[in-house]
Design a protein around this ligand. Structure first.
Ligand SMILES: Nc1ncnc2c1ncn2[C@@H]1O[C@H](COP(=O)(O)OP(=O)(O)OP(=O)(O)O)[C@@H](O)[C@H]1O
Length: 264
């Protein structure tokens, strides 16, 4: 199956004072369609920067970035918005709208100016609110949502967008345990290409088909969870002793970092 994303020797830097800081270095990999891919790595490793790059902005300094075989930069924005949805870590605040209205913003790439919503559109919005557990809150003003509810609402908006690719920056970070599992199960059931930055390595191991371990802007490992979650590598990258084991009953990989005091 041909790759949904192909990255060839991608590098990215940001301007900082009079210099440029290198954030991603020489990244080459291919992402298969229909997979749940987890980007893991310490703070500042470049996870959000990579997701932004995959969304089309910013463009890489060098290298080739292909989306479904075409140069990502050559795809018109509106066309791209129908194919991919990006949920950054920090969303611009929205006020004065209900949950329903925010979820319905996902319809915009499919509409012309002033085109009213039809029954199908309304069904899509209600389905997404239901999938994210927010149906009962559809009339609630967004300002009054909790952090986790707001996070689920941004996913609802992305689902309404009906993009085949979801780029999610730490989609579980405000969610309680039940909602973390529900969200990841939903992402698996959607059978879309989902690429998400995620800090919880146990959740990543359990739900992601593929993991990408970034450290200081470089790919340290890329493959199945059991290939990537190597204790020596994790210990070096996260600078903590670590134990990796398999759940005796379910076979899931589990990662336990050991606090330095215990290790001494
Ligand atoms: N717009 C910017 N201008 C300058 N530097 C930036 C900019 N955005 C990110 N950086 C820097 O790039 C590096 C990578 O940041 P990025 O947000 O991609 O890391 P991350 O792996 O997502 O981190 P975290 O786990 O903390 O969210 C960091 O050192 C950050 O300070």
């Amino acid at each position: 199956m041909s790759a949904i994303y192909s990255l060839q020797q991608i590098s990215l830097s940001y301007p900082q004072q009079r210099q440029r800081t290198q954030v991603l270095q020489d990244i080459s990999l291919e992402l298969a369609p229909g997979e749940l891919v987890g980007i893991i790595g310490p703070n500042g490793a470049g996870k959000s920067s990579l997701l932004s790059l995959l969304s089309g902005c910013p463009a890489p300094d060098s290298g080739k970035l292909l989306f479904a075989g075409k140069s990502l930069a050559s795809i018109p924005l509106r066309q791209l918005a129908r194919q991919l949805a990006f949920l950054p870590q920090h969303n611009p605040p929205l006020t004065g709208l209900s949950c329903y209205q925010v979820a319905a913003l996902g319809l915009l790439p499919h509409k012309s100016w002033f085109e009213p919503d039809n029954d199908y559109d309304r069904q899509q919005v209600l389905l997404a609110l239901s999938q994210t557990g927010l149906l009962e809150k559809q009339q609630q003003p967004v300002e009054s949502l909790s952090g986790g509810e707001w996070q689920r609402l941004t996913l609802a908006r992305a689902l309404v967008q009906q993009a085949s690719v979801l780029l999610l920056d730490e989609p579980t970070n405000h969610l309680d345990v039940k909602h973390q599992h529900q969200l990841l199960q939903l992402l698996l059931q959607l059978k879309k290409t989902v690429i998400c930055a995620i800090h919880d390595l146990d959740l990543a191991a359990r739900y992601c088909h593929t993991l990408l371990l970034l450290d200081q802007g470089k790919v340290r490992a890329f493959g199945r969870p059991d290939q990537v979650l190597q204790p020596a590598l994790l210990s070096e990258v996260f600078e903590l002793p670590v134990a990796v084991s398999q759940h005796p009953q379910y076979g899931w990989w589990q990662v336990q970092f050991i606090s330095p005091q215990v290790a001494l």
